[in-house]
Design a protein around this ligand. Structure first.
Ligand code: SF4
Ligand code: F3S
Ligand code: FES
Length: 240
């Protein structure tokens, strides 16, 4: 079958405004991914196309972009999920919204990672390790409390689909809240009060208006809005 791609292009060095590049690919398969198609455009038609990718299998989180109007990982989006008829599929590809475009499909991830760093996304426990010197034990029930939020791959599909973040990028954003949740609800961690205080700040969790775009965008199917609600409840109750 054939794919007709419209790709948002932008090069800050040529002085031109953003424009749409149009590319036709023959002999594609319904089992190809959007990343496969982007590689064919770059390798066969226009080597100047700029995009990020690494693993190609939904693990590294580097190729999130806006595909037919919805944020997704290019390497996890199969052609057969994008419809198409008469053996032609039309695909529109844009950089993630809400983040400054550096070139073509590459956005500036610094604001995203600044928010990530602001929530203390690391384990805090200054107590000596137990006498056997091996591990800090945790019950299966306690582990299950934050299992979902361990799956985040920091792709930014959620934060860049959030209207509250578009309105004001000082909002810490759903991804950073997911990262905070992962440690706030870990029974072995000792810094939940500090993290809850960060979450309760002006641009913290209360900026979330329960719009759900984040949950719909997450390629790991993390229940982000539910995790945000748990953090809100922990702030109001003072308990985790
Ligand atoms: Fe990506 Fe999901 Fe993590 Fe957000 S929560 S950064 S969408 S993996
Ligand atoms: Fe935004 Fe998700 Fe809340 S889209 S408003 S962070 S539920
Ligand atoms: Fe690594 Fe898609 S290239 S997640």
């Amino acid at each position: 079958m054939q794919a007709k791609l419209r790709i948002r292009r932008f090069n800050p060095e040529d002085g031109n405004k953003p424009w749409w590049g149009e590319y036709t690919l023959d002999n594609i398969h319904r089992t190809d991914t959007v990343l496969d198609l982007l590689h064919r455009v770059k390798w066969e038609q226009d080597g100047t196309l700029a995009l990020r990718r690494s693993c190609g299998h939904g693990v590294c989180g580097s190729d999130a972009m806006c595909i037919n109007g919805a944020n997704a990982l290019a390497c996890k989006t199969l052609v057969n999920r994008l419809g198409g008829k008469d053996d032609v599929v039309e695909i529109q590809i844009e950089p993630l919204p809400g983040l400054r475009v550096e070139k073509d499909l590459i956005v500036d991830m610094d604001p995203f990672f600044d928010h990530y760093k602001s929530v203390m996304p690391y384990f805090v426990n200054d107590e000596p390790v137990p006498a056997d010197g091996r591990e800090r034990l945790q019950s299966p029930e306690d582990r299950a409390r934050f299992d979902d939020t361990t799956k985040c791959i920091l792709c930014a599909a959620c934060t860049s689909s959030c209207p509250s973040f578009w309105a004001d990028d000082r909002y810490v954003g759903p991804s950073a809240i997911v990262q905070a949740h992962r440690f706030i609800f870990d029974s072995r961690d000792d810094a939940f009060e500090e993290r809850l205080a960060i979450m309760a700040e002006e641009f913290g969790v209360w900026r979330c208006r329960t719009i759900f775009n984040c949950t719909n965008a997450c390629p790991r199917d993390i229940k982000i809005t539910a995790a945000i609600a748990e953090v809100k409840r922990a702030i109001t109750s003072g308990k985790v």
